[in-house]
Design a protein around this ligand. Structure first.
Ligand SMILES: *Cc1c(COP(=O)(O)O)cnc(C)c1O
Length: 401
């Protein structure tokens, strides 16, 4: 009899008790707005920023309403103007080109390699087309960050890192989000900490930090921040920087602070699960596991594999057969965007030139979430199901020639 998996791919863990208590305390006193503080009180949002800056080794941190808002704020804060071109990954999710479009700028897509990272040769060839790169560490895969930064520094291109999938990850010991001018994180339910919605932005640049704070809707209350530059920096920018409200509130900040304290433990738990699935998939005929570079500390909150050069209907067949056994796979190559999957050519508000090498990779990417509610036994079972179904379709394919 065929084994079936009955767990949920979208069920995250409950919010830790300590975070629930902190949230209830905020609800009891009622001061949810970040600038609504009692005399001498340090608000949860300001404390969250101070703690996250310290955790990441950054000078400045700003908490905002969402990861997408953090990306758009970063673009504005580094000076992107309507009509500017911004380099970004062809393999990413809709909020990334969306943030570029939201400031009236135009995405220029850079290809993806079989390792699922930005194609640095393609990037090198396109660096003269823009002053900013919005680098998406899509699905947690980090490229050779030293080479990327050397290329961008030499070309005078400012790097903004989209770390929605790399909070807690690092490259050669450098935390993801600390190589570029700005690092942006999401605290949305499906990422690595969960406040429903929320975002964080870090930088060492005082003007970028001050502009981001003003942009987020600080009015002239920026002195209540604990991880922002001094008032003299705001003096230089406060009359030129519009207020585009997107603040975080104290309730969400209260929920996030205890979660960030245990991020490293959560990362270890994700990676046990990731490795259990990876081990179960390795050696499946027709299926390519993505080997992770030694320099990379990743967060296995999702896993990808390639069905490279498979016919589209065979890939759909695998997805359908796995779904029938309770395993939810997403195919990034689908012609129509489904759920959260997306392809650069489905963002039609931004023109794109065909990228045949990337198209070949994208057409083969299969993706699966790995929530922490899965046990290691669940992970082994899931891998057995995928292995069996990929095997069945692959054999059929081979027989059919
Ligand atoms: C989720 C996500 C974002 C945006 O985060 P939100 O908090 O949902 O706005 C940005 N980039 C990637 C790759 C994401 O997956």
């Amino acid at each position: 009899m065929n084994e079936i998996f009955s767990g949920s791919f979208t069920q995250q863990e409950p919010i830790p008790e300590e975070a629930i208590e902190a949230a209830v305390a905020v609800l009891r006193h009622g001061r949810l707005h970040r600038y609504n503080t009692a005399p001498g009180e340090l608000g949860e949002t300001a404390l969250l920023e101070q703690e996250f800056a310290a955790q990441m080794g950054a000078k400045y941190c700003l908490a905002v309403a969402s990861g997408g808002y953090a990306l758009a704020t970063a673009l504005r804060a580094v000076g992107v103007k309507p009509g500017d071109r911004v380099l970004t990954n062809a393999f990413t999710l809709a909020p990334v080109p969306g943030s570029i479009a939201s400031v009236g700028a135009v995405p220029v897509y850079v290809g993806v390699t079989e390792q699922l990272v930005i194609d640095l040769d393609d990037l090198a060839a396109k660096l003269d087309q823009a002053k900013v790169l919005m680098l998406s560490h899509m699905r947690g895969h980090l490229c050779d960050m030293e080479r990327l930064m050397a290329l961008c520094d030499a070309a005078g291109v400012t790097v903004i890192e989209d770390c929605a999938h790399t909070m807690g990850a690092s490259w050669n010991g450098v935390p993801s989000g600390r190589s570029g001018a700005v690092g942006c994180y999401s605290c949305q339910t499906y990422k690595h900490v969960n406040s429903g919605e929320g975002g964080l932005l870090i930088t060492d640049d005082e003007e970028i930090a001050a502009r981001a704070v003003m942009l987020s809707g600080s009015y002239m209350l920026f002195e209540r921040h604990l991880a922002a530059p001094g008032a003299e920096v705001f003096e230089r920018i406060k009359y030129q920087t519009p207020n585009i409200s997107g603040r975080m509130d104290n309730l969400r900040a209260a929920i996030l602070r205890p979660q960030l304290r245990v991020l490293d433990q959560q990362v270890a738990r994700w990676n046990e699960r990731y490795r259990a699935i990876e081990a179960g998939l390795r050696g499946t005929p027709g299926l390519t596991v993505i080997d992770r570079p030694e320099q990379e500390v990743y967060v296995g909150s999702s896993i990808q594999f390639l069905l490279l050069d498979w016919a589209a209907e065979k890939v759909t067949d695998v997805v359908r057969r796995c779904a029938a056994r309770g395993v939810e796979l997403k195919w990034f190559g689908a012609a129509e965007p489904v759920g959260f999957t997306s392809r650069y050519d489905s963002w039609r508000y931004a023109p794109s030139a065909p990228m045949p090498q990337s198209d070949r990779v994208l057409a083969g990417i299969v993706d699966m979430r790995v929530p922490l509610t899965f046990s290691l036994e669940d992970c082994a079972l899931i891998a057995r199901i995928i292995r069996a179904e990929v095997g069945a379709v692959f054999q059929g394919q081979a027989v059919a020639g």
